[in-house]
Design a protein around this ligand. Structure first.
Ligand SMILES: [Fe+2]
Length: 367
């Protein structure tokens, strides 16, 4: 068995976790750049971070977090702010976007580079320390090195990574997710579900990926009624945040496969929320992968408390009702946009363009 497992991030989850760990923040430096969107003002995360930094005498400045699906200008804005402030470390508060943009910004700052340099040379393994404070329960980005940034010409999601971009600290407080709206809650939960399933069914089974998948999925199973009824109590919020973190650990080691690459096209070209874009394709994808990973599909469904892929597909459609009309020609163009990336992943069964188109059609036209 070949296995690589390395988790350099200290992950702490619980009520009041930021204030309780102020000393860990102070150990990272004396000047903190906070990257936080407007949601951090209302969910309590920003005030907790500022209070923890103030308690330890750490100077801080804030730059507004990027829009969803951050691009290189968003990253450069953070780099400029960090350079102006002479930041020792970054505290990234938010969903995937502020944390992902902060990771590559931290590498650029440590290496005295700008986003224009990313085209010309690979990143070295150096980055300012990052503290990730997630306020959604889905991306799991607090637990891995990946920074996913949207590039123009061609428009695609590009992954930047070096080991140093792994956050030093992930501080997860479920109460920061209480103010998520129904669509954000559902889409991010389905993103976590996709991370757990894709990492589990991919080629290259390990007992650790199975352990992570079944643990994370069993916590999503506890939240099925909350997801269907769109009402979340404290226990459901904590379970979803925990499942998301486990999904992030899964991503760190086992990455994602074709559904994520295909889903990126729906986000890039139709603005579909990331989790929904991946989730809507999952049932059809798994149906076509059956002969490569039948036992794992059944175990995953069992952990979710579901009997078959029909039930799984109906669940996702109820949690995130499909919307929008699609033509076959449009879906053919999406196949071209994602084929190369989708084929390069360790999918359990070899894929071709016909299969990709069939998954898009089954998921978006024949649903
Ligand atoms: Fe994802």
């Amino acid at each position: 068995m070949d296995l690589f497992f390395h988790l350099p991030t200290e992950l702490l989850l619980g009520d009041g976790v930021v204030i309780k760990n102020a000393d860990k923040l102070a150990r990272l430096g004396q000047r903190a750049l906070i990257v936080a969107g407007r949601s951090a003002d209302k969910n309590g995360a920003l005030s907790d971070v500022c209070a923890a930094l103030d308690e330890k005498g750490v100077a801080h400045a804030r730059v507004m977090g990027p829009k969803p699906n951050p691009d290189l200008p968003d990253v450069q804005r953070i780099v400029d702010a960090g350079r102006d402030f002479k930041a020792d470390f970054i505290v990234a508060i938010g969903g995937g976007s502020p944390i992902d943009a902060s990771k590559v910004s931290a590498a650029l700052l440590a290496q005295a580079l700008n986003t224009a340099d990313l085209e010309r040379r690979p990143l070295k393994d150096a980055a300012l320390p990052i503290v990730a404070v997630p306020t959604t329960a889905g991306t799991g980005t607090e637990a891995n090195t990946y920074s996913i940034i949207t590039t123009e010409n061609p428009k695609r999601k590009k992954t930047f990574l070096t080991p140093a971009m792994a956050p030093r600290l992930g501080l997860l407080d479920p109460k920061y997710t209480y103010s998520l709206d129904a669509v954000q809650s559902a889409s991010t939960a389905i993103d976590a579900l996709a991370h757990l399933i894709e990492g589990y069914v991919r080629e290259g089974y390990t007992q650790i990926s199975e352990m992570l998948a079944l643990e994370g999925l069993s916590h999503i199973a506890k939240c099925k009624d909350a997801l269907l009824n769109k009402t979340y109590d404290a226990e459901a919020r904590a379970s979803l945040l925990y499942a998301s973190m486990i999904g992030g650990i899964m991503l760190a080691h086992f990455r994602t496969i074709a559904p994520h690459q295909m889903g990126y096209t729906l986000t890039n070209f139709r603005d579909m929320p990331h989790g929904q874009a991946c989730g809507v394709l999952l049932a059809s994808f798994l149906g076509k992968m059956r002969h490569g990973c039948e036992d794992r599909i059944q175990k995953a469904l069992g952990a979710l408390g579901m009997s078959d892929l029909g039930e799984f597909k109906a669940f996702i459609a109820k949690v995130l009702p499909p919307h929008g009309e699609y033509t076959r020609e449009e879906l053919e163009s999406y196949v071209e946009a994602c084929a190369e990336d989708a084929f390069s992943k360790p999918n359990p069964v070899e894929m071709d363009r016909e299969m990709l188109l069939s998954i898009f059609v089954e998921s978006l036209i024949e649903n």
